[in-house]
Design a protein around this ligand. Structure first.
Ligand code: FES
Length: 206
């Protein structure tokens, strides 16, 4: 099980929010907006402490995350993946390149410091929002190369169960799939070698 070290929460890939759950969350947000509309105008100008906390950056320690393992933290209501890639996973990134829609991250789905071949600040550490760019499902781990379901040339990565979009170990979408773009890389920065903050960086303050 992947541990979420923030807010005392804990969940694994298999029990991360499904699309339905995300839709419920969206509906909930819509309801909240509707309620806001009938509250006095002055209070609508003053975001609650809870609302501010919900958008706050998340600090985490990845010092105990072994290679090949992934943890998930929640930031702004979204699951953010932190994957410590193995040497084999790094090799798979190169193998996947010809099969990808945007292998060099030319579309604006990441901060400038992650527009590189690993889409990351540290080569081995992937940080990405785990929400499919098609219709918002949460992709699952499909780490095994040559997975019989995905074909002999499958280099390993993630599979979105809703409509079959696939992503590599850098969150880059494969060609001829419904998802139009790579997964989003959120703003983040390292405070130490193993301590990082998600939701804020040198240029963007949350
Ligand atoms: S929501 Fe992921 S493929 Fe449709």
């Amino acid at each position: 099980m992947s541990e979420c070290l923030c807010h005392g929460d804990s969940f694994s890939i298999s029990d991360s929010p499904s699309r339905r759950q995300w839709m419920i969350a969206t509906l909930g947000a819509g309801s909240a907006l509707a309620l806001t509309a009938i509250t006095p105008f002055v209070s609508s100008l003053l975001p609650s402490e809870r609302a501010k906390a919900a958008g706050a950056p998340v600090e985490i320690d990845i010092g105990k995350l072994p290679p090949g393992n992934m943890m998930i933290v929640e930031w702004r209501g979204k699951p953010v993946w932190i994957l410590n890639r193995t040497t084999e996973m790094m090799t798979a990134l190169k193998k996947a390149e010809p099969m990808l829609v945007d292998p060099f991250s030319e579309r604006q789905q990441q901060p400038a410091y992650a527009a590189n071949e690993t889409r990351s600040r540290k080569p081995e550490i992937l940080i990405a929002v785990g929400i499919c760019t098609h219709l918002g499902c949460s992709p699952s781990q499909a780490f095994t190369p040559g997975d019989p379901v995905l074909g002999a040339d499958w280099p390993g990565g993630f599979l979105c169960p809703c409509h079959g979009s696939t992503f590599d170990f850098a969150g880059r979408v494969f060609k001829n799939k419904p998802a139009p773009t790579n997964l989003e890389v959120p703003p983040h920065q390292y405070l130490t070698d193993t301590h990082l903050i998600i939701g804020s960086d040198e240029t963007e303050k949350a």
